[in-house]
Design a protein around this ligand. Structure first.
Ligand code: IPM
Ligand code: MG
Length: 356
């Protein structure tokens, strides 16, 4: 089994180092190979997703990814920005199904900005379509090259589009995930305004007839954003497009108190996957040794379960994470009075110790 390790930028290198520590003590036989991605790759090779990095990712059974991006790259031409690395990996590996669980750990109910009774026991699964929508439709802007030139313009646009097969396959993923949970799917759209999402709603409804055991309901995205803070526990599996999924998954993550806790998995049709924390590169705290590595460590657990067929190892990691939380260890982002504040490496070491 081969794992491509792509730490990326900002806190990415710090948190991935802790996840690698954890993977190494499991006593499993992985080959791990590290490569540059994002701004770090741009600095070294002039491109955020060098060919060698893409090749490594394609050959590997799974990719463990940190985070990419820094404000200092905001003025680069779009194809050279760090974010293009993750978008390129998603597209090139066909990682269309993005799982973003939002789970509230009982030890962390007080870390949420919502009242504890609203989020205690919260366990939502956001399934975001990841290779279509306005993210990958035809763009045009000041920095879009036409015949090698950047013509500049007083207009810019991006194109929202979905095809039937793209919607069908993500709908199947959602219904099948729901069959293993509480058998409810909420499909989030904007069918009242957008043709793309009327089509989305129609196709999801059609696919739903193949899953009579799963209850399907539809919700407009604005209402979903509101219901998520009003009564988040009413949701179970949420399926939505790339753009709405980007926004709603950050919102859902924060309900749980810390985006620093939440892993994610992006899978293709052969269960090859990219695993990354739901949070970003956090340049403001990079290099300080205070970032929370738990989302990345939990992403490594998802990797073991979904792509590497090691469910027991995944269970062990998840139990170890709960263990360190029960010991009262907290990085700054999840700290509350009476707990012990620890840094990134101390948190990683504590998980390693709990595993032993
Ligand atoms: C995410 C991020 C990415 C996205 C960025 C970094 C391109 O926000 O994974 O949610 O928009 O998909
Ligand atoms: Mg996002």
């Amino acid at each position: 089994m081969k794992i491509a390790i792509l730490p990326g930028d900002g806190i990415g290198t710090e948190i991935v180092a802790e996840a690698v520590k954890v993977l190494k003590v499991l006593g499993l036989n992985f080959e791990m190979e590290t490569a540059l991605v994002g701004g770090a790759a741009y600095e070294a090779h002039g491109h955020p997703l060098p060919d060698a990095t893409l090749k490594l990712a394609k050959e590997a059974d799974a990719v463990l990814f940190g985070a990419v991006g820094d404000w200092k790259y905001d003025t680069l031409d779009r194809p050279l920005r760090p974010e293009q690395a993750i978008l390129g990996l998603r597209k090139n590996l066909g990682l269309f199904a993005n799982f973003r669980p939002a789970i509230c750990y009982e030890q962390l109910v007080d870390a949420s900005s919502l009242k504890p009774e609203l989020i205690a026991g919260l366990d939502i699964l956001i399934i975001r379509e990841l290779t279509g929508d306005i993210y990958f439709g035809q763009p045009r802007g000041r920095r879009t090259a036409v015949d090698g030139h950047f013509p500049g313009s007083e207009e810019a646009f991006d194109t929202m589009r979905y095809s039937r097969p793209e919607i069908e396959r993500i709908a199947h993923v959602a219904f099948q995930a729901a069959q293993k949970r509480s058998k409810r799917v909420t499909s989030v759209d904007k069918a009242n305004v957008l043709e793309t999402f009327q089509f989305w709603k129609d196709v999801v409804t059609e696919v739903g007839t193949q899953y009579p055991d799963v209850a399907l309901d539809h919700m407009y995205v604005d209402n979903a954003a509101m219901q998520l803070v009003k009564a988040p526990k009413k949701f179970d599996v949420v399926v939505t497009g790339n753009m709405f999924g980007d926004i709603l998954s950050d919102e859902a993550a924060m309900l749980t108190g810390s985006i620093g806790m939440l892993p994610s998995a992006s899978l293709n049709s052969s269960n090859q996957g990219l695993y990354e924390p739901s949070h970003g590169s956090a340049p403001d705290i990079a290099g300080k040794g205070i970032a929370n590595p738990l989302a990345t460590i939990l992403s490594a657990a998802m990797m073991l379960r979904f792509s590497l067929n090691q469910p027991q190892a995944a269970d062990r990691i998840e139990a170890a994470v709960k263990g360190v939380l029960s010991q009262g260890l907290r990085t700054t982002d999840i700290y509350s009075a009476g707990c012990t504040r620890v840094g990134t490496a101390q948190m990683g070491d504590a998980v390693v110790k709990a595993l032993a």
